[in-house]
Design a binder for this molecule. Structure first.
Ligand SMILES: [Ca+2]
Length: 133
């Protein structure tokens, strides 16, 4: 027996990152908020459509400015801004709500550090982050 000589091959950091990504992709809990680092949309192909004020935390005060954008293909994007800080982006490709690839999700900056670190499905609830209340 040479048990003491058996060593697991050390995982390179890239492999760990791949594994973390794989596990994130396999997490199919419908209500679970995914966390990671998500990129806001590139607005270069979008046109500004409209803006409105909305109540993002249910207190009756419309503290959130929502700006809607749309591109030629029909993709829709809107940003949510409170106290001059963009804290969420919603990205939707109409008609492809169930597609696994593509958009159809919301990303949120949960702690005002400029990184969009949470991802919600379009039908999930999300609110103004505590740091902007
Ligand atoms: Ca409110």
């Amino acid at each position: 027996m040479q048990i003491g000589l058996i060593k697991a091959r050390p995982l390179a950091s890239a492999s760990l990152a791949t594994m973390a990504l794989y596990l994130a992709l396999c997490n199919t809990d419908a209500a679970a908020i995914e966390t990671g680092i998500y990129q806001p949309p590139d607005l270069s192909r979008f046109l500004l459509i409209s803006g409105e004020d909305a109540d993002g935390d249910g207190d009756g005060i419309k503290e959130t400015h929502v700006v809607h954008y749309q591109d030629v293909a029909g993709d829709k994007v809107f940003s949510m801004t409170t106290k001059d800080r963009v804290w969420a982006w919603s990205m939707e490709t109409p008609g492809e709500e169930n597609a696994e690839s593509g958009w159809n999700y919301v990303i949120r900056d949960s702690n005002c550090d400029g990184v969009f670190d949470e991802k919600y499905q379009l039908d999930e609830e999300f609110q103004v982050p505590d740091c902007l209340k």
